[in-house]
Design a protein around this ligand. Sequence first.
Ligand code: WQD
Length: 332
Amino acid sequence: MKIAVIGGAGYIGSHVVCELLDFGHEVFVYDNLSSGLRQNLFKEASFMHGDILDIPKLNEFFEEFKPEGIVHLAALKAAGESMLLPEKYSTHNITGSLNILNAASKHGVKHIVFSSSAAVYGSPKYLPMDEKHPTEPENYYGYTKLAIEQYLEWYKKLKNINYASLRYFNAAGYDTKGRVSGLEQNPANLIPIVMEAAIGKRAFVSVFGNDYETPDGTGVRDYIHVSDLARAHRMAFDKLQKDGESFIVNLGVNSGSSVLEVIEATQRISGKKVNYQITDRRAGDTATVLANPAYAKDFLNWQAECSDLNTLLSTTWQAYLKNFVPYTPCSK
Ligand code: WQD
């Protein structure tokens, strides 16, 4: 299948490109490289440097490559920033997605796989969270993802564009074969921050609260390997092509790791000390977030295969080693 991966030079996007190429798809990447990296591009995939806000460029991309399907991962994703700069998130996430939907409609694209997020749910009302969980986003980033899902539903009804919306929980890890190694710049998520502390790029990790109702008092999250996520994108396309039915699915493992567990496991795997300080809770955070992946299993026949904490952290550490020489304090 000829598949456009919009945002395909990004952390998750490049893993999706890798998976689609592995399974013989013809892949075309469109990315503005604002956070995506040239080092994440694969020579086997065509690439066009462009922004989803540049409508003429976006249409040039569709005219040149004539994709049959789209994976749309291009978005801003910092929940905290979205509360300070909602205009930026409205423009990039919502307007950008509508530009893609309009181009897809104009060029007769019939299948779109959308990178959504567990942030559409807001704080858990019950755990683990299934697709029927109330969608009450508590940050503007989560709202943009929910709004785009609603546009997808309208374009399905009015323009017959079938969609699969994949609600990621906490994406982490790197390709086990080392084919992707671009690091997120100025990360806001826990695991890259812990890795920066381990490699010596950062003095310490701020642990945002240790008074949650969790076993060690720190936040527990459902970390899902990007390669497991990428496989779900490929399987979602297969399902859309085969059945033509649109769907929404949670992607997670239903097993959680706490902040301190991530720090301790990173120390064990890297052999490096990770300094940390307990600070106040971060606004908007919640104690525990876990996915119920039963529907993904029943409907897509998908389940996580490499999302154990050891694989998540060891593959990430290898990516950091490729980009940095670890700081080793000189012996006195
Ligand atoms: C994980 C845990 C923090 C940083 C966010 C988005 C969500 C999704 C995944 C895209 C929490 C703690 C973190 C730090 C810390 N993104 N933490 N110190 O908040 O679960 O979800 O990323 O879809 O939409 O909201 O991920 O990695 O920021 O935090 O203590 O320096 O680590 O409190 O318990 P989060 P996170």
